[in-house]
Design a protein around this ligand. Sequence first.
Ligand code: SME
Length: 156
Amino acid sequence: MSDRVNPLVIEQLDALLHGETNLVANLANASALLKQTLTDVNWAGFYLYQPETDDLILGPFQGNVACVHIENGSGVCGTGLATQTTQLVPDVHAFAGHIACDSASNSEIVVPLTLSDGTKLGVLDIDSPSKGRFTTDDQAVLEDFARVLLKHVDKA
Ligand code: SME
């Protein structure tokens, strides 16, 4: 079976979140959907931006227990937040400052999440035990996934 992220996951997310505006419930179900539909993934979840402390705090996720606080600009997640660009990391051990929460992780993708009014929500983080797990095609699908997620959060 191909490891390519199936674009159908975006429609599944849209249906799953339809009519629900609770942020925690929607992020919890979004992380579960990713973990149960993506192959070769050991962690999928969210870090949420805290403007008071200018850092990220662990949000809903599926996978092993993880680091709770990540500073803005630190690690892959903090870099995604600081630069507001997707971080596609084929080998986390080659990424300076990578934060090793789960020693099984070897590649990672982080997509920043920002509401339509410019408010930073946080980041989506997905880890794989395989190097080079995520392609630029996967990146495009996961960025669309993030857009659909944000559409539902924007309605809340
Ligand atoms: N590796 C991330 C930390 C979060 S865990 O992967 C769940 C980072 O470097 O920001």
